[in-house]
Design a binder for this molecule. Sequence first.
Ligand code: FES
Length: 164
Amino acid sequence: MIPEELQEKIAGKMDATSHPREKAVDVMYLLQSHYGYMSEEAVHEAARILDMTPVEIDELATFYDFIYRQPVGKYVIHVCDGVVCWMQHYCSVFSYLFRKLRVEVGETTPDGLFTVLPTACIGDCHNAPSMLINGEFYGKLTPEKIDAILDSLVGDNCECIPNR
Ligand code: FES
């Protein structure tokens, strides 16, 4: 059961449209913010609210990079894999993150802090290679810059990020 405050937010979205399906992504985001990801419970809740089937919700949820069908870490690192970032050593950003965090694509660090995901162009091409972490853009990435960004997110004394 979702909290009353969230129910009101969702009701506000639904009241603003005569075509409930238009609000499917908004509703999924709101539910995801509560559940942490689009869990089975969230999918069924969305289906009920939007008068859609769980399969239709699942199809939508798996289409969008920013809707998560599996649990994710506190910080979700969306590494851009668009063409401009490819040309600007995107692969080295990915491989550096994998090495540093000791995860593979889509995995979450054991401490639950970071999940690394590839994402289509995030619209920050002029700063390529780029990534997005919980809605924040980080561009012109280098190993040193990535170190500083991750350190700032976990604090200097954290032992969860091994040194290079
Ligand atoms: S291609 Fe990476 S931000 Fe556009």
